[in-house]
Design a protein around this ligand. Structure first.
Ligand SMILES: NC(=O)c1ccc[n+]([C@@H]2O[C@H](COP(=O)([O-])OP(=O)(O)OC[C@H]3O[C@@H](n4cnc5c(N)ncnc54)[C@H](O)[C@@H]3O)[C@@H](O)[C@H]2O)c1
Length: 438
């Protein structure tokens, strides 16, 4: 297939699209293409996920079962474990995980594994787009060399196959920003690669933002997440400074945010969570270390943010101490275990650290989260406790880690003697409890 034929297929929505990795990113994207009339096959290594999708059951909160079923019924989308489907696709989009390993370095094994599967089946003229967040250089240094020698051949990128990077920018739980109306940054390894990838996304998404090349596109994503991480760390430090000064940091931020230019509010909290902000910037700092350079802001921000759970635990200890109690033996409930308001995703949530630190110090730890019915910690499994008046009366302390709108804070403030509020969720509410805010 020539570049022209590929473009014609894409523009005519006759290209077959394969999406590798059907998670928070891959599934909504696969459906967006299917809804536009493309024939889409989703490939995943997780048998349970594939089975669930085949039954029309979505496991991604932002994807409704009805939306999934509409595409299954219309035969525009199906999920499979079979990588041989890659050979039938004109376009392959890779949305596999990019976590950190135990020592905090990038684990790109999922990208490498996907690349090896593609390499075995690469077809002339195929377009491959990587969406997984990763360090600048991955597409060109890790994916390209393998595809250029696919099946023992010597292939030229931009002529024999096409390769691009386009970072995902999903905002989980957001009603306002979806995969379709969030501008999409696209960078090709060559100009022709970029052109093909832009054409693809333009079929399903509202706004395309072209950049010079794939490496630039990789860096865009890392900048976005580093920007958030560093600003959150800065404001976390300001919160700690304000406490020493006896100033309410929330009031300071709200007042500063009235400045109509040159200020953007960030809010302190119990620590970073989720799949992106606590992880992605370390992909860049690792890359810089390989070049004997340092990403100092990232390292410092990581230090400040990862100390926040201990800061919250110290607040609990101080609050209990005032009541002549200790953490040991105290009944403490964590309110909101997910990392973000109104979502059920607990990945990297600071609630794990807070719960574990309290548990290690002898507390009887429970939690309540209407979005996360069960969580697995290193020391055991917990189920979300019902937030009744009786349950609250039996507690010594409640710690607001995530300010879900569905959590009944009034019952907590009425019946629990001590509340540590890391989100300013109790603002403006009447309370019988003693409230210690971050
Ligand atoms: N979740 C977000 O909000 C978000 C936002 C922006 C970017 N990202 C990035 O997008 C990428 C994917 O994230 P996610 O949240 O969708 O992850 P996820 O864990 O929800 O989904 C990834 C899927 O890939 C599958 N998988 C793993 N190896 C595979 C392989 N070799 N072949 C096929 N499938 C494979 C897994 O089984 C899983 O279903 C990551 O790089 C992440 O950093 C995520």
């Amino acid at each position: 297939m020539s570049h022209r034929e590929l473009l014609d297929r894409i523009e005519g929505k006759e290209a077959r699209v394969a999406v590798l990795g059907l998670g928070y990113v891959g599934l909504p994207l696969a459906l967006a293409f299917a809804e536009e009339g493309f024939e889409v096959v989703g490939i995943d290594v997780d048998e349970r996920r594939v089975e669930s999708l085949a039954r029309g059951k979505s496991y991604v909160a932002d994807v409704a079962n009805e939306a999934l079923r509409a595409q299954l019924d219309g035969k525009r989308f199906r999920a499979t474990l079979d990588f041989d489907e890659l050979a039938k696709a004109h376009v392959i989009v890779v949305c596999v995980p990019t976590p950190l390993n135990k020592s905090g370095d990038p684990d790109i094994s999922f990208i490498v594994n996907s690349t090896l599967e593609i390499e075995k089946r690469l077809q002339p003229g195929q377009l491959v787009v990587l969406e997984s967040t990763t360090y600048p250089g991955t597409t060109v240094e890790v994916v390209l060399p393998r595809l250029a020698e696919a099946q023992g051949k010597r292939l030229k990128v931009g002529r024999d196959f096409f390769l691009a990077f386009s970072p995902e920018r999903i905002d989980p739980g957001s009603k306002k920003f979806t995969v379709r109306n969030t501008p999409k940054v696209v960078g090709g390894v060559t100009e022709k690669c970029g052109e093909a990838a832009r054409a693809l996304y333009a079929c399903a998404l509202e706004k395309i933002v072209p950049v010079r090349d794939a490496t630039t596109a990789e860096m865009v994503k890392i900048l976005e997440n580093t920007f958030r991480m560093v600003n959150i760390a800065m404001v976390n430090e300001v919160a700690i400074l304000c406490e020493r000064l006896g100033i309410d940091v929330w009031e300071v931020i709200d007042a500063a945010a009235t400045k109509p230019f040159g200020f953007m509010p960030f809010y302190p909290g119990p620590g970073l969570g989720g799949h992106c902000i606590p992880i992605d910037p370390f992909y860049l700092s690792w890359k810089m270390r390989t070049l004997h350079a340092k990403a100092r802001f990232i390292e410092l921000a990581g230090e400040v943010n990862s100390a926040m759970p201990a800061f919250i635990v110290a607040k609990v200890a101080a609050g209990l101490n005032d009541e002549k109690k200790s953490i040991r033996g105290a009944r403490i409930c964590i309110l909101g275990f997910a990392y973000k308001r109104d979502v059920g995703d607990v990945r990297e949530s600071p609630a794990f650290d807070i719960a574990s630190q309290l548990h290690e110090r002898g507390a009887e730890v429970s939690y309540h989260d209407p979005h996360a019915p069960e969580v697995v910690l290193e020391w055991g499994k917990l189920r979300s406790a019902p937030l009744t008046a009786d349950f609250c009366r039996a507690l010594d302390c409640a710690v607001i880690v995530t300010d879900h709108s569905a959590v009944d804070l009034d019952v907590v403030l009425e019946h629990v003697p001590l509340v540590v509020d890391s989100r300013n969720a109790t603002r403006g509410r009447t309370s019988k409890a003693r409230v210690l805010k971050l």
